[in-house]
Design a protein around this ligand. Structure first.
Ligand code: B12
Ligand code: SF4
Length: 579
């Protein structure tokens, strides 16, 4: 018989239940591995799970979003009704989950009124007061970006009431009088060495619950099991749109300084991952943030692990030539990404740490010469000062980059969507940047997400582009970039034609959804929306299949079953020895 779980961590889809609604496909998640229901759970989940288990609290992760996406008959209500943990944990990390996360909290409360519901993540942290005031189904919010220890304390309080609730840091709760109380946001450790091996935890958890489906990070992960290794918590940069920027972390998330994981623990991640899979590993966080010595030490540790997997690095700003040489000396297969956001240096200077196109291009050249497999360059639509013409000039710049560097250079473009991150510099000073924010309350954000057309999800417009303007120029840019990539033979003619057809159908369906919504007669409106929904769902399935442009090659087998078995056995031996 399975032992009862103490904590079940649930990841909700962005909107619950998206399967019953008309939602025309959108490009809001085109540049991340998940789809528009944002089915990926926070990387923090396995870290929390590992830490709690190490302290005797049995923790299970269930990705409800993936289960709902891949099986139209998966019944979340029924599934939750069978769970009987001591507490439910739900992430409201990304604000676009405000609909789904709260609905799932409601469902947990309705089915199990006696089981506490805990929320956490960046958005829950920032919006804690409003959430506790407006949504009685939430019992606790654990604030901050490093909740492992506060959550452990809360769980032992829930299980055995062995401490005063007011002694648990980072906590928001209801007092006996029903008022909302918050303890200090004081846990944001500089030393991250308490974080354990989250991959081994995931393997063991999947085995224990006989549930490998529930822990998958996104739909399609079986065929492309990309993993990550996180290098830090916090960020040194202040990109104006980012809800994880240095100023946001300081003012709203309790983190005054970036904390780095040790080179050794990143090396351990790589050694573990290479035993599990041949798929790429994305290194989260620019290594140069920690300075040259840190970056070099991490690269040497990765070198010692000698993975054949593609290791993907990100740059927050251009790096010196030695950085690429050092990588080439340590990593057999490496790839890169950078986000200059626009070709226009003046606009860029407002949005991110300023640098010129010449510095950017020098980096591209050095890196590709050093042997980089693919260099993704990301551009964004919806920035201050950006007109439709400026967006199309960025697309021309992509053409120029492809001409100059060849097809290992992979330009990508997408809209800034759906919301302005809470507590980001942009949200704090929207007017100064020429932005008008359209939603204030959580409820307004929730309601926006239930619209069929992604234009109506957008939480802003700018002095230069209306919401419809952003949608129109996004498709124009995507169509043109697709043709440019086809012309440079970066994508095959079939892929290009398929993508063009998908984008064109998408535009037509958005128009049809708008017209359906305008039909006065309710019965006719519903019937028309139902028709559009059938086509929209079919298009969504086809669109989710084309993520090739943001993928890196898998070196060797997708899963190394022998390696997985070995890891499981050695983790059991180590645990028994520790016990
Ligand atoms: C890496 C990253 C990604 C990775 C995914 C990583 C992942 N699976 O978590 C990728 C590139 C895929 C990604 C995608 C997106 N991201 Co992102 N991402 C980041 C980034 C750069 C780092 C995140 C990080 O370091 N986390 C630290 C890890 C260790 O902790 P954690 O996962 O946050 O979990 C801890 C706490 O948050 C908390 N916690 C989380 N959940 C819960 C639940 C409970 C119950 C409790 C108690 C605690 C808790 O405890 C955890 C452990 O201590 C941040 C920016 C930043 N500087 O933070 C943006 C950021 C988080 N992303 C953001 C956004 C908007 C997105 C997208 C919506 C963008 C888009 N439109 O596509 C998507 C959503 C994808 C999805 N869910 O499917 C915003 C969120 C703003 C907001 N408040 O809504 C941020 C802040 C900045 C940004 N704009 O990029 N992202
Ligand atoms: S978008 Fe900018 S501020 Fe945010 S995590 Fe990335 S580099 Fe840091």
């Amino acid at each position: 018989m399975l032992l009862k779980d103490d904590l079940v961590l649930l990841h909700a889809p962005s909107v619950y239940d998206f399967r019953k609604m008309l939602r025309v496909p959108s490009p809001v998640a085109d540049l991340v591995p998940s789809g528009p229901v944002f089915e990926m759970y926070p990387v923090g989940f396995p870290f929390m799970g590992e830490y709690l288990e190490r302290h005797g609290i049995r923790t299970r992760i269930v990705n409800l979003a993936v289960r709902m996406l891949e099986n139209s008959r998966f019944d979340a209500r029924r599934f939750i009704s069978h769970l009987k943990p001591e507490a439910f944990g739900i992430d409201l990390h990304w604000l676009p989950h405000c609909h789904g996360a709260i609905e799932i909290a409601r469902l947990c409360k309705e089915l199990h009124p006696e089981i506490p519901v805990i929320l956490g993540g960046y958005s829950a942290t920032i919006l804690h007061r409003e959430l506790m005031e407006e949504y009685p189904e939430i019992d606790f919010i654990v604030r901050g970006d490093s909740t492992e220890e506060p959550l452990r304390k809360l769980m032992s309080f829930i299980i055995s009431e062995n401490c005063e609730i007011s002694s648990i840091p980072n906590l928001v709760y209801r007092s006996r009088m029903g008022t909302i109380a918050a303890t200090g946001l004081e846990t944001a450790p500089a030393d991250l060495s308490y974080l354990g091996n989250s991959y081994v935890y995931m393997l063991r958890s999947a085995l224990r619950h006989a549930d490998i489906r529930g822990i998958r990070p996104f739909k399609g992960w079986w065929s492309y099991p990309i993993t990550t290794s996180i290098t830090c918590r916090g960020c040194s940069q202040n990109c104006y749109f980012c809800g994880g920027a240095a100023s946001t972390m300081k003012s709203c998330l309790g983190r005054r300084k970036v904390s780095f994981r040790t080179p050794d623990s990143i090396g351990r991640d790589i050694r573990t991952i290479k035993n599990i899979t041949g798929a790429p590993v994305f290194i989260i966080g620019d290594l140069m943030q920690g300075g040259r010595d840190y970056a070099w030490a991490v690269l040497e540790e990765i070198g010692k692990a000698s993975p054949r997997n593609h290791i993907v690095f990100e740059l927050f700003k251009p790096a010196p030539v030695e950085f690429f040489e050092k990588i080439a000396g340590n990593v057999a297969n490496f790839d890169f990404e950078i986000s200059p956001q626009t070709h226009d240096e003046e606009i860029r200077g407002q949005v991110i740490t300023p640098y010129g196109n010449r510095e950017l291009e020098n980096n591209l050249e050095w890196c590709l010469e050093a042997g980089c497999g693919k260099f993704d360059v990301f551009f964004m639509i919806g920035l201050s000062g950006q007109t439709a013409e400026s967006v199309m000039d960025t697309v021309d710049y992509c053409d120029y980059l492809l001409e100059k560097f060849g097809i290992r250079l992979n330009p990508l473009i997408g809209p800034f969507a759906p919301f302005v991150d809470p507590c980001s510099p942009l949200q704090v000073s929207a007017g100064e940047y020429g932005f008008k924010l359209l939603f204030e309350s959580v409820e307004e954000h929730r309601s926006a997400l239930t619209n069929p057309n992604w234009r109506d999800w957008l939480g802003y417009e700018t002095k230069w582009l209306s919401r419809q303007g952003i949608v129109d120029v996004t498709y124009e840019a995507l169509l043109e970039l697709n043709r440019i990539k086809g012309r440079h033979a970066q994508i095959s003619p079939e892929y290009m034609e398929n993508m063009e057809a998908i984008l064109r159908e998408n535009i037509v369906l958005l128009g049809r959804a708008d017209r359906a919504m305008e039909i006065g007669d309710l019965k006719r409106r519903r019937a028309e929306m139902e028709k559009v929904k059938i086509e929209a769902d079919e298009l969504m399935d086809r669109s989710l299949m084309v993520k090739e442009e943001i993928e890196w090659p898998v070196s060797g087998p997708r899963f190394r079953y022998f390696g997985i078995l070995r890891l499981l056995v050695s983790s059991c031996i180590n645990r028994d020895a520790a016990e």
